[in-house]
Design a protein around this ligand. Sequence first.
Ligand SMILES: [Zn+2]
Length: 488
Amino acid sequence: MKINAFTTVSRRSFLAYCGGTAVAAAITMPSVMARGDDAPFRAGIACVDITPELPVSMVGGFRDRTATGVHDPLHARCIVLDNGEAQLALVMVDNCLIQRPVFEAAKKRIQEKTGLSPDRVLAAATHTHTGVTVTSVFQSDPVPGYADFLAERIAEAVDTAVKALEPAQIAWGSGAVPGEVFNRRWYMKDGTIPPNPFGATTDKVQMNPPRASENLVEPSGPTDPTVSILALRRPDGTPLAVLANYSLHYVGDTEAAVLSADYYGFFADKLASLMAPAASGKPFLAMMSNGTSGNINNVNFGEAGVAGPPYSRMSAVAESVANEVFQRYQQLEFKDTAVLASATREITLGVRKPAAGELERARAIVAAAEGPDMKTSEEVFARESILLADFPDAVPVPLQALRIGDLGIAAIPCEVFVEIGLALRNESPFKNTFTIELANGYNGYLPTAEHHALGGYETWRARSSYLEVAAAEKIQETMQALLAEVKS
Ligand SMILES: [Zn+2]
């Protein structure tokens, strides 16, 4: 598939879908406004369509799925901040998992186009499970050409936002939506957890247990109900942009075989419509980032589920979160400028590779499988073990902290357990702190050492979970150092 093909689709659908006409206007606005002493702080927004031509592979399940339709288009959404001394760009991409080379290619293009250095850009996947495969996980492999297209599109989003910089005021704060987040790893009655794919019965918790089961004991950890908000408005008071952050894995009540941005896209649309009267026709962009949701989803396991029509759950979640953000927005204290800083550090973490005996068992399982697709979870994880055997013994992991006034943002390239986000916030030197997961790369799940001891899906060795047991502790320690660095 050629890049041109993607480009054609993208151009056609951009104006129609990117948050309505208000946001579409952002790319046609005259470029940089004249700077003056009365406008020390500026912000720019952009929203770029990244929907591919069909059919395409969708990552996010044990078996590959093919999308043959589009429910709602996929986007890369961008906010650029400029305080006259420094710039920062934040980009949220409707995708499940984006590997580091894609982000690095995008950042290289951003630097070429805008001069913004890579450490000043935070780009992350939202974690919609109905996006395009751009990273090999389980039985999905990257859609040819899409990585290059995506990198170019991310760069285009930042370039467009830089060109749209206009005088702005900035605020940050938070609210809470406790009703839409549930811990998905449960302690179960003795002997009721099935053996794991490695043939062991050592798991002490079960991910996504049967709802309302009599075998449920209790969740193995907390949730984080916080909705964090970074908001921008024009000096005339019209809203310009909101970046929100909520610790929810995804919602996922889509139809089969159809691309969707999940609740992240629904949230952006809902908040845009709530803001529309105040925006009075001027461009406004909302974007949702994923917090620390490695063990958090939208399923209330304690109660039996009532299945609604497709998209009804994600729509309801988006509405709850958008309403909360809209209400909190009214109470925010906007400032005329803010300190902008970033710090990055790469750390090296060990890889949990299969031992010789484990590899031998895996090879026997795959050899006996009917194929070509692996069907049972035993087969799927056996194949993963074989692929992981070729991984290096240690991998570099990029970490980043941003400072925006008295707001600290931690960026981690993993599906981060909620305990880590809560701890980072508690120990942060900033009044407000949140973590954006799946940022700047992809290094699988990040359970705490305690959760590794409990076992369960997120700890099972695979290309979706391979960092050493001490990874969470090391990443948390480095993130604290980076937050302190940008604070000073
Ligand atoms: Zn996931």
